[in-house]
Design a protein around this ligand. Sequence first.
Ligand code: HSE
Length: 330
Amino acid sequence: MNEQVSKISANDRKLNYFPLGDRGKTVQVLAPATVANLVCGFDVLGMCLNEPNDLMEIKLLDEKKIVIISADGYPLPLDPALNTAGAPLVEMINELPDNIGFEVTIHKKIKPGSGIGSSAASAAGAVVGANYLLNDFFSKPDLVRFAMFGEKVASGVKHADNIAPGIYGGITLIRSIHPLDIVPISSPQLFVTIVHPQIEVRTSDARQILRKEVLLKDAIKQWGNIAGLVAGFIQNDLALIGRSLEDVIIEPVRSILIPGFDEVKLKCKVTGALGGGISGSGPSIFMLSKDKKTAIEVETVMKEIYNKIGLAYHTYVTTINQTGVKIVIG
Ligand code: HSE
């Protein structure tokens, strides 16, 4: 087992269990949007954003059950096993004594199917909030392990490139999920512009259309870019970040689902963005910029393009969230 993952077995946890409760019975968290893949790092790189966030309230229950409440009437599945916040908590309470459960109220602000980590926000917010009420009983890798069950509900497969940055904050490399091996990557404080054209792309569909095999020449380009991007972040080398934001494997297939994609990418770079591409599985597109002025100019370009196409959209200008899920009232 990887050393990051807790070595305490479920039974030991029950035996070594200590009284809970000195942090109260409820907590409110802000669960952030995230950008998975970061263009070239399909399933292995992700970045946490300061905006937008879901607001969630988590309440400790004294019986073994999970209750899901959609506060704003958003049609979320209320069966915990089918809910992206519920499934991780079902896994969590199976490693706790029998008299512990949670009620989760979700104010959904990050639209499902947007490509900015809606399902991961619910999953990460739920496990971080629940763990706060458990006096941080579980480690961060444990929380990622639980939260990935939410991604399985949402897309059919476990991946951690939204979950890990949501829980750790900043930019994370998920070197492996079996065993779990998460590497936080330091970065300059960049500005992020997002445009979310109002169409829904289901992650499961966007995964299904991908080719299952990759040419060696494409793989060589891709791993050169991943290494270049990580080195660029760590060394604060903006030019290296910019030229490494290239994806020769996934983007050519998925970009056809996003109206205006090529024009957005080209014009935003001409405007001064370092680079960018599809956020997660889309349809949102993200661009990185070195300063706020450029990020706002990039937003204007995105708006002009979608106004011209006649497709409704939302935009966000934000920064990298270095802390992940935030406890707002505890
Ligand atoms: N890495 C995943 C994908 C992220 O691109 O399918 C989904 O948000």
